[in-house]
Ligand binder design. Structure first.
Ligand code: 5GP
Ligand code: ZN
Length: 110
């Protein structure tokens, strides 16, 4: 999709720090991290603006994304705890309208 920052990142038109990928999913570091480890996971294709549009056809890539998230959490050493967040709409703080999930962790023990 034209003028979508995540489509440009997936296409390599905007540089990014890759963490992992599968055929359908790309994981890269958030440019403005809100946690010691903050990774974004996106479908490579601009399938949806947000999870508000999810349908039955999305089950496969969504499962692939979640499995990759768990793998990244393990690889990043986040066994102590991690979180997945997805924002829907500007009121929730969504700024990029290419569906994505924030994987965050790495906080010190509390
Ligand atoms: P949202 O606020 O839409 O849920 O999340 C968008 C996220 O994308 C933000 O955390 C923001 O820091 C990140 N972001 C925006 N532009 C870029 C970019 O060009 N590169 C990377 N790596 N992250 C970006
Ligand atoms: Zn996009």
């Amino acid at each position: 999709m034209r003028d979508c920052v995540f489509c440009k990142i997936v296409a390599g038109e905007i540089p990014s720090s890759m963490v992992a990928e599968t055929d359908r999913i790309y994981a890269f570091r958030d440019i403005e991290p809100h946690a010691p480890t903050h990774v974004l996971l996106v479908p490579k294709e601009h399938v949806l603006d947000s999870v508000a549009e999810l349908g039955a056809d999305d089950a496969d890539w969504l499962a692939e994304l979640m499995v990759l998230a768990a793998r990244v959490a393990r690889d990043e050493g986040l066994e102590d705890g991690w979180r997945i967040v997805t924002n829907v709409g500007p009121a929730a703080g969504q700024t990029v309208f290419h569906v994505h999930f924030h994987l965050m962790g790495g906080w010190a023990d509390r």
